[in-house]
Design a protein around this ligand. Structure first.
Ligand code: ATP
Length: 233
């Protein structure tokens, strides 16, 4: 579904992605784990079209993304829930969700909203409140729900567990599994390697702009190098 080949990206003169290869198949949860600063966010930004690619290829459902701008990538079915959530704190929960549906004007928007509320009942309760008043976990749920309002076939999730208490982290990972059950393919970027690998089908390890290991998530969890470097075991 999503293929990345020899992807390079830079900030000014400093290259931070040095030829990344990665593949996501339809229906999978794929995770990219790695330390702070490894280049995970930059990778997702290249995929969503908000960071320039200096070399290499991205294709989605068989189409090269080289000339497809960010807003058209969402139309093609690729949505991102960005790091730090980036919700509109002064707008209500419902207004935030409607912004996620900006591509559409049809009646299905109300139906999508009803589905989002069924998935996240707490958002329904607070639909008329300012999003800034939500807890961190609720804001993360809103960010995911908003991305779903764009009806993506593939969702890019950047550190959804960041800054959340353990119980909420578990809830967010449940949500990601629920997305898979609903037929949404997920590329999940996480510093919480253990949590992410536990729910993923396959994983990639990123170190300073390169993929250093990849494989079925269960194999990565069992690998002594990963256990030592990323799982603290
Ligand atoms: P984190 O989990 O902290 O977001 P990450 O793995 O997502 O880490 P990136 O944010 O992609 O890593 O950063 C990769 C490298 O690029 C880092 O060395 C970072 O300092 C650098 N970098 C990130 N954003 C910028 C920017 N806007 N300008 C210059 N350098 C940047």
């Amino acid at each position: 579904m999503l293929t990345v080949e020899k992807l390079r990206s830079r900030y000014g003169r400093i290259e931070v992605l040095h030829g990344v290869d990665l593949e996501v198949n339809s229906g999978e949860i794929v995770t990219v784990v790695g330390a702070n600063g490894a280049g995970k966010t930059t990778l997702l930004k290249c995929l969503s079209g908000t960071q320039p690619v200096s070399d290499g290829q991205i294709s989605f459902r068989g189409e090269s993304f080289a000339a497809v701008p960010a807003h058209r990538r969402l139309q093609r079915g690729l949505a991102q829930s960005p790091e730090g959530r980036q919700i509109f704190t002064n707008l209500s929960v419902e207004e935030n969700l409607r912004l996620g549906a900006f591509l559409f004007t049809d009646e299905r928007v109300d139906q999508d909203m009803a589905e989002a509320f069924a998935m996240f009942p707490v958002l329904k309760e607070k639909r008329h409140l300012a999003a800034g008043g939500l807890s961190g976990g609720q804001q993360q749920m809103l960010a995911i729900a908003r991305a779903l309002m764009g009806r993506p076939s593939c969702l890019l999730l950047d550190e959804p567990s960041m800054g959340l208490a353990p119980l909420l982290v578990a809830q967010i990972f449940e949500v990601v599994q629920d997305l898979k059950r609903r037929g949404v393919t997920v590329l999940l970027v996480e510093q919480n390697a253990f949590g992410a690998l536990k729910i993923a089908d396959r994983g990639y390890v990123m170190e300073t702009g390169r993929i250093t290991m990849s494989g079925p998530a269960a194999e990565l969890i069992a690998d002594p190098r990963i256990r030592e470097a990323y799982l603290g075991l």
